[in-house]
Design a protein around this ligand. Structure first.
Ligand code: PXG
Length: 459
């Protein structure tokens, strides 16, 4: 069959045959999916010709923006020369060699070796095996528990979903053993009455120390965290959190894994989120921005002190058909060349980031907004019925969804997590586009507020 051209017919075909990720398919099919047909810069076009500002960089990944012919050409050249070869059985190829060396240059100095995967989930599955293998080789096989955090997102495979702290995922697929979840540093949602962000940040970090003591340091292999929890709602920790975590990781015999799938590649105004927050990880988890989403690719970077042990340990029995896929590596190389040439990290740190933050912070004066945090080009708006009291709406998630739908109508993609609106636009966003984004976000807040008044949910 060939694809019909009308939106209605395409929607019907999608509803009949396509199962979407993380979706209630019955209600989605009744409503019909939005069909995106093309994109350029920060702008999406749907099948009805609407232009929508992509405030989410696709799914937190299109860092260099859409329409980069240079990446397309690099992939096409690689596909012509060598579309596929594996990196098992004593072979390698030029794109994998070049990308691994490039990542060693761009990451903090302790990182010199990359293991390639096809996604962030595969990267985190790799990490679980890798840290357990590390302690096996060190003859401490009982050190295998990995500490993570509630509401963390580390992917969707059985193991990565277990590592994550998403209760609705665990409810549908029980987590694998030997993973422990501690508190998240979410001041708005979880601080005690009267507790300052600084006090709360310290308390949340010390939950790591308490967990290590409770389980016994001889059983803990690692702590994994996103520098800023993305899918959990853009939870930017209080300033006291990361220094205290860094102290604990330094003092204890555990590995620290920074999941940079969202925060990596410029998002927070440094190459990696760990640099923005001054932590010293042993392992970096990557995907998304590594290719700006043009091709699927993930990577795990291993610090020298870990790699040196692994290199002495014989076979590491792990790998994927598409580990270091040549076309995906070619996309990553071209993408990183663009980021370097255009100094997109500097652009986020010194120009687009501060400019968006100024406009975004001003939204905190809106009666619906409790807080409006932003670091680099990743931010959130906490929606609340009472901005003085850190209170939540009774039916959590309903207002967030309402606001997200208004946002789409207003030509801006924002995501809603519970009643928190989040954005992470392409790093190339211009001042004019930022003005447009902030204006559309404010209109979305006004529309949502007016509707909530009609419902009698706000005064
Ligand atoms: N780690 C982090 C921090 C992520 O955000 C993954 C790992 C897994 O990556 P893959 O490539 O396997 O999807 C992610 C992915 C959302 C959303 O709704 C977020 C992600 C994926 C899908 C949806 O915000 N993050």
């Amino acid at each position: 069959m060939s694809l019909p051209s009308s939106t209605a017919e395409m929607r019907a075909l999608d509803a009949a045959h396509h199962l979407h990720p993380f979706s209630d398919m019955k209600s989605l099919n009744a409503e019909g999916s939005r069909i995106i047909v093309k994109a350029e810069g920060v702008w999406l076009t749907d099948s009805d010709g609407n232009r929508i500002l992509d405030g989410m960089s696709g799914l937190w990944c299109v860092n260099v923006g859409y329409g980069r012919q240079e990446i397309v050409d690099a992939v096409a050249r690689q596909m012509t020369e060598l579309p596929y070869y594996n990196t098992f059985f004593k072979t390698t190829h030029k794109p994998a060699i070049e990308l691994a060396a490039k990542l060693a240059e761009l990451t903090p100095p302790q990182f010199n070796r990359a293991f390639f995967t096809g996604s962030g989930s595969e990267s985190n599955d790799t990490v679980i095996k890798l840290v357990r293998r590390y302690f096996q080789i060190k003859e401490k096989p009982e050190k295998k528990i990995i500490i993570s955090r509630r509401n963390a997102y580390h992917g969707s495979t059985v193991a990565a979903g277990s590592l994550g702290g998403m209760a609705p995922m665990h409810a549908q697929s029980a987590p694998i053993p030997d993973i422990l979840h501690i508190a998240q540093p979410y001041w708005w949602g979880e601080a005690r009455q009267g507790e300052t962000p600084e006090e709360f940040g310290l308390r949340a970090a010390q939950a790591l120390e308490a967990a290590i003591d409770a389980m016994g340091e001889d059983r803990i292999a690692a702590f994994i965290a996103e520098p800023i929890q993305g899918a959990g709602g853009v939870i930017i920790p209080p300033a006291t959190y990361w220094p205290e975590i860094a102290r604990i990781c330094r003092e204890r015999d555990i590995l620290f894994i920074s999941d940079e799938v969202i925060c990596g590649f410029g998002r927070t105004g440094s190459w990696f989120g760990c640099e923005t927050f001054h932590t010293e990880p042993d392992i970096l988890v990557m995907a998304k921005g590594i290719t700006s989403g043009y091709m699927p690719l993930g990577a795990v970077m291993v610090a020298d002190r870990v790699a040196e042990v692994l290199l002495e340990g014989g076979d590491f029995n792990h790998g994927y058909t598409y580990s270091g896929h040549p076309a995906a590596c070619a996309a990553a190389i071209a993408n990183l060349d663009i980021m370097l040439r255009e100094d997109l990290v500097g652009h986020v740190a010194n120009d687009a980031g501060p400019y968006l933050k100024a406009g975004w912070s001003a939204l905190a004066d809106h009666p619906l907004v409790g807080e409006a945090p932003m670091t680099g080009l990743i931010g959130a708006l906490e929606l609340t019925p009472d901005k003085t009291g850190r209170t939540s709406f009774a039916d959590v998630g309903k207002v967030g969804t309402l606001a997200r739908d208004f946002s789409f109508k207003n030509g801006l993609v924002m995501r809603a997590v519970r009643d928190r609106l989040i954005i992470a636009p392409p790093l190339v966003i211009s001042h004019g586009e930022i003005d447009e984004l902030v204006a559309r976000a404010r209109k979305t807040l006004d529309d949502t507020y007016a509707e909530l008044k009609r419902w009698g949910w706000v005064r």
